[in-house]
Ligand binder design. Structure first.
Ligand code: ASP
Length: 315
């Protein structure tokens, strides 16, 4: 019997998860916020388990956060980056998975530039797979840590108005957050130039704006996104200066939001491009550092729930 509160073997995306499953993962994460803040940060829950971080794309925050999460739970954590593995010598994604599989690992945390890579791997391995970002598709633990940050600050998610601003088109963070916030009863607005929105954005169940002041009017949460230059195939904006002028978050544009609106950013931030540097550091408004803290707790919860399910034989 798997944990009926989250009856899945993997965490590949937020799409398809129910409000109860999401709430359960958030509730579990709360426990680990306390553990991480306490004097004894090392638990023995995952002693004897192996977690492999397989990162085909650069990452500082997410990789470190998964590593810390695994270690705090007592697991052995191995970091594999592409440059040091035989993937660089041409081994395919599937071959790599089969190799790791033969080593009897328990959890594979994977980040890859292609949408669907985590799902592909999950079909080939015996362990649990956590998607740590696949192309422009999903980044589920980011959405969960964002939700945990919001829920702790505002007490709930339902009924909140959340603006996601910037390069939505190339953002897996935006996609996961849209799914999560919609299913949890929040109202999502996207604010971006037309070139940085996905085709048929409204079909995602959001309201679309092309003007920051209009879009930010009375929102509770402002989530800023980085320009994902590495995924851009052509010029999507005229210039950085113009982009900041129209779409960069500063105190002036923020004044359209509710006075207690929170500012979020998944990182890495481009200061002076999508967000004013002073505003990003303003602890009265910005919860960006708290998001990083919640990231460890959420990843501990996901590792804990998935390894428990695995030992109960989750399909
Ligand atoms: N760190 C996030 C991601 O991996 C956001 C970003 O890179 O802009 O998608």
């Amino acid at each position: 019997m798997t944990d009926m509160n989250y009856p899945h073997r993997h965490l590949l995306g937020i799409e398809g998860l129910s409000p109860l499953e999401i709430s359960y993962l958030l509730d579990q994460s709360e426990r680990f916020v306390e553990v991480s803040r306490g004097p004894d940060r090392k638990l023995s829950t995952l002693i004897g388990k192996t977690v492999v971080n397989l990162f085909f794309e650069n990452s500082t925050r997410t990789r470190t956060s998964f590593e810390l999460a695994g270690k705090r739970l007592g697991a052995d954590v191995i970091n594999m980056t592409v440059g040091t593995s035989s993937v660089a010598k041409g081994e395919t994604l599937i071959d790599t998975a089969m190799t790791l599989n033969a080593m009897h690992i328990d959890v594979l945390v994977v980040r890859h530039a292609d949408s669907g890579a985590a799902k592909l791997l999950s079909d080939k391995v015996n362990c649990a797979v956590i998607n740590a970002g696949d192309g422009q598709h999903e980044h589920p633990t980011q959405a969960l840590l964002d939700a945990l940050t919001i829920r702790r600050r505002k007490g709930h998610l339902d009924g909140l108005s959340v603006a996601i601003c910037g390069d939505v088109r190339h953002s897996r963070v935006a996609r996961s957050n849209i799914h999560l916030l919609n299913v949890m009863g929040a109202q999502v607005r996207l604010i971006a130039p037309r070139t940085l929105l996905p085709a048929k954005a409204e079909a995602l169940g959001v309201e679309v704006f092309h003007d920051m002041r209009k879009g930010l009017k009375d929102v509770d949460i402002v989530m800023m996104l980085r320009l994902q230059n590495e995924r851009m195939t052509s010029n999507f904006i005229p210039s950085i200066r113009e982009y900041f002028h129209f779409f960069g978050l500063d105190y002036d544009k923020l004044s359209a939001a509710k006075p207690d609106a929170l500012i979020m950013h998944p990182g890495p931030m481009n200061r002076g491009v999508e967000i004013d540097s002073d505003l990003a550091d303003d602890v009265e408004r910005s919860v960006i550092r708290e998001q990083v803290e919640m990231g460890v707790a959420v990843r501990m919860a996901c590792l804990d729930v998935l390894t428990a399910n695995l030992s109960k034989g989750a399909a």
